[in-house]
Write a protein that binds this ligand. Sequence first.
Ligand code: IFM
Length: 444
Amino acid sequence: MNIRSRFPDNFLWGTATASYQVEGAANEDGRGVSIWDTFSRTPGKVLHGHTGDVACDQYHRFQEDIELMKGLGLEAYRFSIAWPRIFPEGRGKQNPRGFDYYNALVDGLLEAGIKPVPTTYHWDLPQTLQDAGGWPARDTAYAYADYAEACFKALGDRVDMWITLNEPFCSAVLGYLVGRHAPGEQDRGRAIAAIHHLNLGHGLAVQAFRKGGYAGTIGTTLNTQTARPATSSPEDIEAADRAADFPTRMFLDPLIGKGYPRRFLDAYEDAVIPIEDGDLDIISSDLDFLGLNYYHEDCVAHDPDHPEGYRKVAQYQPTTEMDWPITPQGLHRHLTWLHEHTAGMPIYVTENGCAMPDILSADGTRVHDHDRIAFLRSYIEACADAVQEGVNLKGYFLWSFIDNFEWAYGYTKRFGIVYCDYLDGRRIPKDSYYFYRDLIAGME
Ligand code: IFM
């Protein structure tokens, strides 16, 4: 049986990218500075000193990319809006040229019969707002909601599927606790405050969307995880449940009215949520769908010496170029868990894919990325299994449409089904592009 026929006819097939990773044109048309401009221009932060200044130059080449999307038979394109293009100073004065690009992109997609699916925040916080305190400051949540509302107003007549935030876990934890992402801080208290204000910003944006009476749906994208227990001992099973507190319950539970997980907050003295009356009501404003970004599954064992009661253990599956284990069964398991945990909320896989060691053929026209095809086939089959078991999964967005700036790894990790030659911007569809085209067409 071919894969496509295991999904309902109205299942949405898409690809995804994000503004800082593909747009380039960092200094053009009045765009302000984001925390990723600052971070990537700081020596030692990004491999080889790469920046998103040019990236895939999608800002100038989006028509060419839309043609490639048409060739794929793509039904939806998830992209993100760069906040500093709209409000160069984060708030206040809107840059009149800010929406010109997104208007043209949205119109071009619609003309090509492709549904535009914007994410309003995929990590490019205006630097001025970071200077004023960043996500640990409550005010940033309000600035974000104002900016999101400006997006709804400008594009809401043509866009009918919105995503508020992308992976707030990464914004807060990699950005303010681990320091591997912009703005590069390492402070648990500030990271916990950032989590709350990202959640709050999301809720405020949803409220603005509802109040504005815009047509269509609004959701958010989380990179939630449920780990696999290392053994079937009750201790390891409990450890696996605890391992979901930080990456999953701290973000998902307040959104669905379950509040923050006490067990995680009690593990650290400096994990104090700066919560105010009414915040949880705002955060749990009605969601139309949940976006899931999924790449791999962790495996954990009980560890009484760790504050959170578990540790990650090594796995022995083959890995991708990110060293992430290839675990399609984890996606199946996690989708089932999410379905139960959210009482059947509509879910979209808003990112899934892999970085692989792609090699351009000697004549520069092909990339035979059979390992990526095998990866995609296995993860999409896992989605099909979940759908057939009743999980309310509505669509799948492949990460990524094109190779792009992979954050602290710069351009060294290629996730695309289209190869980007960073020397001249040339696009070369990989074999996985043709695989995905055939899958969408029902020929795989
Ligand atoms: O490139 C990132 C993306 O920006 C967010 N999700 C994970 C991808 C791969 O690391």
